[in-house]
Design a protein around this ligand. Structure first.
Ligand code: BGC
Length: 391
């Protein structure tokens, strides 16, 4: 039985600048990747060279049958030194928006996907008293990129994870089991930055703005004290961010797996469950759970899946996982939830932060020496779903 999605549903794939562009040398991550003794397994280097190959990447997505592309623009390129503006970089990102339209792809632009300029981190990072002013100023610089032909802008990617990373605990925790404790001062600064950025973006008529939240499908173990612990973790790691999206135009949900919580805290996945290359439980229902939580806690703000996917070498599992996720999302639509689209993570195999290039999330692979792109069977499968607008 085929189940149709609403007309105009945004079928796309997502990427982030630092993870695919290559040579993002003025960003804070570049600094950390290349520090002696770093726990980051390898530097991003040329990554997928998408900074130069973006037209080919966008054309490929269009060719597959997708109608949208979520990508991020890089603050460290637009403002490589404090107060020094690179017009060439702004033009570059404007050309990406234009290329999307040339190929019939709707661009969805993220302003900040984890990475910041090295000077911003040096000058206090999200704890600096002027952090929100600086982010608002960067948003103003980025206005030409989104001033026409863009309907959705994501201000800040996963502020809930960013607040954990900025907490000073080991960054490699990002992809390992467990979640470092969020820094609540940083969380406040991110919310303030998000609001200031939205204010700047409101100058563009019709532009819809929101932030994107990593939902964790927290689930209490059947033990005394587990439910209380779950609520305690969920409220600062997830719920607060969803509640604070109530006035936004949309909310992005980024879901991968679930987290079982015992009275002592989050547990590693049980030994017998299937795990992906990031060590997470294979759990396609994560997206639907995230969407329902976002819809309820944000008081019915329209939701978009801005990331969902699986790191695997077994592409058949990617298809199976995505089908499972989409079936759950179709149920959410039946329940009356406004779901705007689905952006699969990721368009390309990419630099998975502290884990380097090994966890392959991409619908499209590429050669490490020639950068030649090869769509995987999952990309073709997903393109057919998009074209049919149904599973
Ligand atoms: C991030 C991506 C990351 C993905 C898989 C999300 O937390 O936004 O940058 O690659 O999950 O770990």
């Amino acid at each position: 039985m085929s189940r149709a999605f609403p007309e105009g549903f945004l079928w796309g794939a997502a990427t982030a600048a630092h993870q695919i562009e290559g040579n993002n040398i003025n960003s804070n991550w570049w600094v950390h990747e290349n520090e002696p003794g770093t726990t980051i397994v390898e530097p991003s280097g040329d990554a997928a060279d998408s900074y130069h190959r973006y037209r080919e990447d966008i054309a490929l997505l269009a060719d597959l049958g997708l109608n949208s592309y979520r990508f991020s623009i890089e603050w460290a390129r637009i403002e490589p030194e404090r107060g020094l503006v690179s017009r060439a970089s702004i033009d570059h990102y404007r050309r990406m928006v234009d290329a999307c339209h040339e190929f019939g792809i709707q661009p969805i632009v993220t302003l900040m996907h984890f990475t910041v300029p090295r000077w911003f981190e040096r000058d206090g990072f999200w704890r600096a008293p002027d952090a929100a002013d600086l982010f608002a100023r960067y948003t103003e610089l980025a206005l030409p990129v989104v001033s026409s032909g863009v309907e959705f802008v994501c201000t800040i990617n996963e502020p809930n994870i960013a607040a954990m990373l900025a907490g000073g605990e080991d960054a490699s925790n990002l992809v390992a089991y467990g979640l470092p404790r969020p820094d609540l001062g940083v969380a406040d600064a991110l919310l303030e930055s998000h609001k200031r950025s939205r204010e700047v973006l409101s100058q563009v008529p019709g532009l819809k703005t929101g932030w994107t939240i990593a939902t964790q499908a927290f689930e209490a173990a059947d033990e005394p004290g587990a439910e209380e612990k779950k609520q305690e973790i969920s409220s600062s790691a997830e719920d607060w961010y969803l509640v604070n999206a109530a006035d936004d135009d949309f909310i992005g949900v980024q879901a991968y797996t679930r987290n079982i919580v015992g009275p002592e805290g989050i547990r590693p996945p049980a030994p017998e469950v299937e795990k992906t290359l990031t060590g997470w439980e294979y759990f396609p229902a994560a997206s639907a759970i995230g969407v329902r939580a976002a819809w309820e806690l944000s008081d019915h703000t329209p939701v978009m899946i801005t990331e969902n996917g699986i790191a695997t070498q077994d592409d058949a599992r990617r298809i199976d996982y995505t089908r499972g996720a989409l079936e759950g999302l179709r149920d959410c639509i039946d329940e009356g939830i406004t779901l705007l689209g689905y952006q699969h993570w990721s368009a390309l195999d990419n630099y998975e932060w502290a884990s380097g290039f090994a966890p392959t999330f991409g619908l499209i692979g590429w050669d490490r020496e020639t950068f030649a792109r090869t769509p995987k069977p999952s990309a073709r499968w997903y393109g057919e779903v998009a074209k049919a607008n149904a599973i």
